[in-house]
Design a protein around this ligand. Structure first.
Ligand SMILES: NC(=O)C1=CN([C@@H]2O[C@H](COP(=O)(O)OP(=O)(O)OC[C@H]3O[C@@H](n4cnc5c(N)ncnc54)[C@H](O)[C@@H]3O)[C@@H](O)[C@H]2O)C=CC1
Ligand SMILES: O=C(O)C(=O)[C@H](O)COP(=O)(O)O
Length: 378
């Protein structure tokens, strides 16, 4: 059995070689000749999977180690009898921690307190839902917009996008990219929406580039609109608009989901799905794969205030470490993908064991996702 895996999928060789012969290949562009005789294809978001790639090939299963699936023509796979699995939620924690890292940086830079701000979350799924919980644990007011969930009768105080635009100081997008249909999200943030944002608002896009109309955003920023912007994703990728990068406050190379844990979960989820597909179902415990983190243990004295939380969050992951390298190489062909391929190891907050002498600090840090304990420190 021949299994093709994207070369940017940690632990793929280790796991898939339990099932057959593994060949690691680049995802953009994928070497089409390697598809010959292959039984399964494991991709990331950069590989377009459709009829033109797979017609008349031997592939029987496609896995994508990603949450988003807009690069995969699932309807064509289904009618061609090809099995499919994505990795829902694999990197949701990573995206939430990217958003927090960005907000805590902007709060320090601009001198505001997060608990004085209202955060509008557009798309309340794996990412948006976890973001809501962590923000609310911190005492930040959130407003939620998710028409598919609202129409489904899901529990929750769902508002219209218009209400969020009117009321939110921070608007953050976490929807899939739908190019059409009842829940079309292509250019959900168009020029009219961007213009109506509150003065001094923060706009974050860490889902898919085209959810925000990048040309319109640039137009508004060039016109001097009072708006801070965090973009992890671009329209288009990898050839992002350099003038826009120059205007945004934080710009990164589509790495919001790139914690080691997030990527490893993506690999294990598609591995488990494929092993089940071929009748050899098996489970993988994530902690048997992951190395020890760079920072293992820290003690925290006293209460948890915003500046302390910021220092703790940035000890694990400071988003500026990904902003600077993009500004340095953007526009050079191949460099956007190289930043992603050679991504410096990044861990999730849960990798940090925080011993607190204050019980409330420990409780809050635990709710936020740190591995925190209350323990009197002498
Ligand atoms: N930058 C990065 O590295 C990453 C980006 N993503 C992107 O973020 C998206 C969201 O990720 P998850 O939360 O894991 O997906 P999810 O599928 O768990 O949640 C998406 C939510 O968006 C809602 N939604 C759909 N259309 C909407 C619309 N038009 N308006 C408002 N809400 C809408 C859905 O009902 C759902 O609740 C993914 O589809 C992917 O494209 C995900 C992970 C990493
Ligand atoms: O999971 C998703 O959806 C993402 O956007 C991934 O984090 C993107 O990573 P790649 O698949 O492009 O490496």
């Amino acid at each position: 059995m021949k299994i093709l895996v994207d070369e940017n999928m940690p632990y793929a060789r280790e796991l898939f070689s339990r099932l057959g012969e593994v060949k690691a290949v680049p995802g953009r562009p994928i070497p089409v000749a390697e598809l010959a005789g292959a039984d399964a294809l494991m991709v990331r978001s950069v590989t377009k999977v459709n009829e033109s790639l797979l017609a008349n090939q031997s592939i029987k299963f496609v896995g994508t180690a990603t949450a988003g699936t807009d690069h995969v023509d699932q309807a064509w796979l289904a009618q061609a009898g090809i099995g499919f699995s994505a990795a829902p939620g694999c990197n949701a924690i990573a995206v939430v921690e990217y958003v927090f890292s960005s907000l805590l940086y902007l709060a320090e830079r601009d001198g505001f307190t997060l608990t004085d701000r209202t955060v509008g979350i557009v798309g309340v799924g794996n990412v948006g839902g976890r973001l809501q919980k962590r923000l609310e644990a911190l005492g930040v007011r959130t407003l939620l917009c998710d028409p598919p969930r609202a129409d489904n009768g899901d529990e929750g105080d769902f508002r219209t996008l218009d209400e969020l635009v009117q009321e939110a100081d921070i608007l953050t997008f976490h929807t899939p990219l739908f190019k059409d249909g009842p829940y079309k999200s292509l250019h959900l943030a168009d020029e009219a929406l961007i213009r109506r944002l509150k003065p001094g608002a923060i706009l974050i896009n860490a889902c898919r580039g085209p959810v925000v109309d990048n040309a319109a955003l640039l137009k508004c920023l060039e016109a001097g609109q009072d708006l801070s912007v965090v973009l992890d994703v671009w329209e288009p990728e990898p050839d992002l608009n350099l003038a826009l990068l120059d205007k945004v406050d934080i710009g990164t190379s589509h790495i919001a989901g790139y914690t080691l844990e997030g990527k490893a979960r993506g690999t294990t989820q598609v591995f488990e799905a494929y092993s089940k597909f071929i009748g050899q179902a098996q489970q993988v415990a994530l902690d048997t794969l992951l190395p020890p983190p760079e920072f293992g243990r820290i003690t925290l004295h006293g209460k948890l205030c915003q500046p302390t939380l910021k220092r703790l969050v940035h000890l694990v992951y400071d988003v500026r470490r990904d902003d600077a390298p993009l500004r340095k190489v953007a526009g050079i062909p191949g460099e956007f993908d190289k930043l992603r391929k050679n991504y410096l190891e990044r861990r999730e907050w849960s990798s940090l064991y925080v011993q607190c002498d204050d019980a409330d600090a420990a409780t809050l840090l635990k709710k936020l996702g740190f591995n925190a304990v209350h323990h009197p420190i002498r």
